[in-house]
Structure formats: structure tokens, C-alpha cells
Design a protein around this ligand. Structure first.
Ligand code: PLP
Length: 283
């Protein structure tokens, strides 16, 4: 298995960055995770659009042009024989002697890895997953897909210790913003609800695709905030991300959601989403 590190394809075990890479020292960089199904990058263009947005917000230059990045991603996937899994790429501001302010005249650094991944198990799809609420202690620019994930990691670890699959992050007003690495959704009286796009959440690409697809099928959708209390009394709940796609959430903090089984709206949305992935793979 190879990784790509600043212009070179190197064996994964020997893939290293400089000790003064600002991604390593300051988390001064951004990343993307793109799902791969049958060797095809799912929703590649929106992911690259979001990379461009994150880079622009932090005034980091593209490490290579967008078409070149697309070529490198394909080269690495082919070398690694990646059919199903994830491609991870991160861009840091570059390498320079440690100093908080932006160093002059450095080139941004690009690292890419791939990972095989199996689809979620039958059991997970049949029973859904448990989530645990955790305080949202992040900064106020969560729309930037920054490398700085300490609050997310701490929340996910706390959720794992509470035997949950994911953490749902709750702000000071009792509102669920999103998951530690997923977007959060509930369904109430047939209406699908998720936190509105803005600085408070990471605008998930799965979230974006699902909103577009569900809108076309006439699903009632509202982008508004919902509280943890509301989530617990919802009819259904689910989460979305590039690695999980759409997973039913059947309990929150040990309390059963709706029937305690994956709900009909969630299952329908999951199917709509998977059909769209299948169309991209066939194209
Ligand atoms: N929210 C956060 C905080 C994330 O880190 C992620 C993905 O990593 C998501 C939501 C889901 O985004 P996407 O659907 O683009 O994977």
C-alpha cells in the first residue's frame, strides 16, 4: 500500500512529514475524506469544492491544481487497488520554523492515504446505532474542515466509553449541532429536520446530497436546529457522513428513539442515497 507525500508515492509504513510541518505543529491545515465505491470517488466535485472553500477561508494555497489532484487521487487508488473504502487527503500550510504567524514564501503540503472499508454490517442496519450526547466545546468556525479535531476526538472517545457509536454534540442552548464526524438528523411527523448550514456545523457532503435528493422526491425537509430533548422524543433519528453514508440512530443516551428500530423515512432516505451512489458508479 502506498501513500502520497508531497510529490512522491511512498510505502505507507515509510510515509512521513517534516517535524516542522504546520499541520503537525499547529493543526494548520484542512482535509477531506471521500468515499470510494467500485473504484469511483463518490461526490468528488462537491468534496473538491469544499476543500477549495476550507483552503480559501484559511488563506492556504492549493498544493497542486484541482485537475492534478484528481489525477493523483486516481493514481493512488489504482496503485492500491482500492475498490471500496475511503481516500483521505490533507493540505497543511507547509513547513517552516515554528512561528504562529503565516510564514512567507512556503508551499502548502499535500498528503494522501487510502483505506479499505466494508459496508456496514447487516446487524447495524437492522438495529441502528446508539449515540451519546456530549458538550460541543468547539470553536465558532466549524464550517472549515480543519485538521484541528481535538474536541471531536474527545467527544467520540467519551461516546465510545459510553458504548455508543457516535457522539451528538450539544451546545449551551441544549441544541444538537451535529455528530463528532457526522451530521445529525431527526424525523418528526414525517418532516426531516437537520441543523442549518452556516459557521456552526461542517456542511457535510452527504448531508448536501441527501437534501437535494430528498427534495426531488417530495420529502418534507426543514433546516432548523433541534434540541436534545426534541431528538429523544422524535419518531426517527439518523446520521450521515462519507464513511457511514446514512445510519439509523435508535437510541440516544440509552433512551429508545421512536419504535427503537430503524424507521421508514430513514430507510427510504438511505435507499434514495444508495441509488444515487449506484448511478454515479455506473456513469
Ligand atoms: N460533521 C463533522 C464534524 C465531520 O467531521 C464530518 C465528516 O467528517 C461530517 C459532519 C460529515 O461530512 P461528510 O458527509 O462530508 O463526510
Amino acid at each position: 500500500r502506498l501513500a502520497y507525500v508531497n510529490g512522491r508515492y511512498v510505502p505507507h509504513a515509510q510515509a512521513m512529514v517534516h517535524v516542522e510541518d504546520r499541520g503537525y505543529q499547529f493543526a494548520d491545515g484542512v482535509y477531506e475524506v471521500v468515499p470510494v465505491i467500485d473504484g469511483v470517488l463518490v461526490d468528488e466535485e462537491p468534496h473538491l469544492d469544499r476543500l477549495g472553500y476550507s483552503l480559501q477561508e484559511l488563506r492556504i494555497a492549493w498544493p497542486v491544481t484541482r485537475p492534478v489532484l484528481k489525477l493523483i487521487l486516481r493514481e493512488l487508488m489504482t496503485s492500491n487497488g482500492l475498490k471500496r473504502g475511503l481516500v483521505y487527503f490533507q493540505v497543511s500550510r507547509g513547513v517552516a520554523p515554528r512561528d504562529h504567524k503565516f510564514p512567507a514564501g512556503i508551499k502548502s503540503a499535500l498528503v494522501i492515504t487510502t483505506k479499505r472499508m466494508n459496508p456496514p454490517s447487516e446487524a447495524v442496519l437492522r438495529h441502528g446505532v446508539a449515540v451519546s450526547s456530549q458538550p460541543d466545546i468547539r470553536w465558532t468556525r466549524r464550517d472549515i474542515k480543519s485538521l484541528s479535531l481535538l474536541p471531536n476526538i474527545l467527544a467520540k472517545q467519551a461516546a465510545t466509553e459510553a458504548k455508543a457509536f457516535e457522539a451528538w454534540l450539544v451546545d449551551g442552548d441544549g441544541v444538537v449541532t451535529e455528530g463528532s464526524s457526522t451530521n445529525a438528523w431527526i424525523v418528526k411527523d414525517g418532516t426531516v429536520i437537520t441543523y442549518p448550514k452556516g459557521h456552526d456545523i461542517l456542511g457535510g457532503i452527504t448531508r448536501l446530497s441527501l437534501l437535494e435528493l430528498a427534495d426531488k422526491t417530495g420529502t418534507k425537509l426543514v433546516e432548523r436546529s433541534f434540541t436534545l430533548k426534541e431528538a429523544i422524543s422524535a419518531d426517527e433519528a439518523f446520521l450521515t457522513s462519507s464513511s457511514a453514508f446514512i445510519l439509523p440512530v435508535t437510541s440516544i443516551d440509552g433512551q429508545q428513539i421512536g419504535s427503537g428500530k430503524p424507521g421508514p423515512v430513514t430507510q427510504q432516505l438511505r435507499q434514495i442515497y444508495l441509488d444515487n451512489v449506484a448511478r454515479q458508479v455506473q456513469a
